[in-house]
Design a protein around this ligand. Structure first.
Ligand SMILES: [Zn+2]
Length: 539
């Protein structure tokens, strides 16, 4: 308490601040400093090179200041103004760090990722740089705010003042929007991602959108699917099917040696009877959006437009009578595996993907025997190439590409070292996939085995100054959407047909139906035209 007095300057002891004045000051600070990623992006546009463009940028800042002032005017009371300002300052500082450091924008999807993340992922993102950014952007105003005394005013006078402040701020905002409408609408239309850079409006909007979504969705269990699901009778002497679906993480199609990448990132798979589908697009650009979509019968557009949640591939296969097992080596199955046997193998820090194969025989033996004899679906959810700490995604003895970037502040890395770390994670995925195929070979006396691998989304590695993933799909670059997809073995399919299919335009929409095709399950939800392997089956 003493130390606080020492630092408190004299005027503050006597001078008090009206809550509304604090609201205006905070509005200006928020508009100017934590929005530097927005200013950087706007000033880089050709439209803002002219004096008129410069004026537009200044006016845009005034609009944000007016909007934040209007918002804070609602909280301009003695008790609430400091917490409200502190919350916005911290939200804006965090937002500025992630947008400025990784080139991401903050929208509803990104907020979902943030809220669903686990402590391990958070640790990967923490850095001294983040603390420094937050200290610079939120520290001085928070310190000052801590010192000042808020004026005591009567309820009615303060209510009148706040209403006046709110109306004035909205009037300024309306006047600016009106006079700059042509520039504003053109800029926002041509550069759609700009709106997600307006800080901290983007975070508040995303939180509000999420709250609205969760309120709008009817509660209760997901709608059942596959009520008529049944297993197609097998010909005599044919073994029951075993499908291992491997869900990759953050793997880019163009960094797979199998797809023509200049580096041998997939040497083990190249020596096996693997088919690589080269033209596959993801459903989303983040795990939270892609993963449920990959296992849904709806496909991307219907999935995004759904008003109720449905059961997924796992429920359908289980309902058809087969054994199902989800093994998770990452941040969880996002609710997909709730109704089927599932296990987490990732508890430490690094979570190497070979952990999923350890004890797999026992896990298989523990599944109900009658179901197992009809067929088995195992999902392996990889840690894969999860960033930004790519160097943690391969063990020390499996790093063919050196030197590696060993910081999570990606833009500080030499680009070559960043790509090395990432490529090492792909090379390690090559190794674990080859090991999975070796395990499947061991099951061939009892099962007709198949492996299907697909990554959930790609990754930006500094192209156009973008890092990580999660940009809104419409504006995301191809690196975040073009994903690898693999099939093993090719044997048993028409080779000519597979050669056509490997270049066919496929998406995550094909996974659900291709998996049912491999397992020999029919149901109302199965669409043979989306089964990527249907045309190649039989001879
Ligand atoms: Zn992911």
């Amino acid at each position: 308490m003493n130390s606080r007095r020492t630092f408190t300057s004299r005027p503050n002891d006597t001078h008090t601040w009206n809550p509304l004045t604090l609201a205006v000051l905070a509005g200006v600070w928020l508009a100017v400093l934590p929005n530097w990623p927005l200013w950087r992006a706007l000033l880089a546009l050709p439209e803002t090179a002219s004096p008129r463009g410069g004026l537009f940028v200044v006016a845009f800042g005034a609009m944000i200041a007016a909007l934040m002032t209007a918002l804070l005017a609602l909280f301009a009371w003695r008790v609430t103004i400091k917490p409200a300002i502190a919350f916005l300052l911290l939200a804006a500082a965090f937002g500025a760090h992630f947008m400025g450091s990784y080139g991401v924008v903050i929208d509803t999807t990104m907020m979902t990722n943030v809220l669903q993340t686990d402590p391990r992922e958070v640790r990967d993102l923490l850095s001294w740089r983040m603390l420094a950014t937050i200290a610079v952007l939120a520290g001085p105003p928070l310190w000052w705010l801590w010192q000042v005394r808020v004026a005591r005013a009567g309820w009615w006078p303060q209510a009148g003042r706040n209403l006046l402040g709110l109306v004035a701020a909205l009037a300024v905002l309306a006047a600016l929007v009106f006079s700059l409408f042509a520039d504003l609408s053109a800029t926002m239309r041509n550069h759609r991602s700009m709106r997600y850079l307006i800080n901290p409006v983007n975070s508040l909007y995303a939180l509000g959108d999420l709250a609205a979504q969760s309120g709008a969705k009817p509660a209760g269990p997901p709608l059942p699917i596959g009520l008529d699901a049944r297993i197609t009778p097998r010909a005599a002497g044919i073994l029951p099917p075993m499908l291992v679906m491997v869900v990759g993480e953050t793997a880019r199609a163009d960094h797979f040696g199998l797809n023509g990448y200049a580096r041998a990132t997939t040497p083990e798979l190249a020596a096996l009877d693997v088919l690589s589908f080269r033209n596959v697009m993801s459903c989303g650009t983040s795990t939270a959006t892609s993963l449920p979509c990959m296992f849904s019968h709806l496909g991307k557009s219907d999935y995004e437009a759904r008003d109720r949640d449905h059961e997924n591939l796992l429920d359908l296969v289980q309902r058809a009578g087969m054994a199902v097992l989800w093994i998770d080596n990452q941040a969880g199955c996002k609710g997909l595996c709730e109704r089927v046997p599932h296990v987490d193998t990732c508890s430490g820090d690094d979570c190497m993907d070979d952990a999923m194969l350890q004890g797999l025989d026992d896990r298989l033996a523990a599944l109900p025997a009658p179901a197992r004899e009809r067929g088995v679906l195992i999902v392996l959810h990889q840690m894969g190439s999860h960033g930004p700490a790519y160097y943690k995604r391969s063990p020390p003895d499996r790093k063919p590409f050196m030197p590696e970037c060993t910081t999570n502040v990606l833009q500080q890395c030499e680009r070559g070292a960043l790509v090395n770390g990432y490529d090492n994670s792909i090379a390690y995925a090559d190794h674990t996939l080859a090991q999975t195929i070796a395990w499947l070979r061991g099951q061939q006396a009892r099962f007709e085995t198949t492996l299907l691998y697909a990554s959930d989304h790609g990754e930006s590695l500094g192209e156009n100054n973008l890092y990580l993933h999660g940009l809104p799909y419409a504006v995301a670059p191809i690196e975040q959407k073009h994903v690898p997809m693999l099939l093993w073995p090719r044997a048993g399919f028409n080779a000519e047909c597979l050669r056509t299919q490997q270049n066919a335009a496929l998406t995550h929409d094909n996974l659900f139906h291709s998996a049912l095709g491999v397992l020999g399950i029919t149901a109302r939800e199965y669409k043979p035209q989306l089964d990527a392997l249907a045309p190649c089956r039989g001879h």
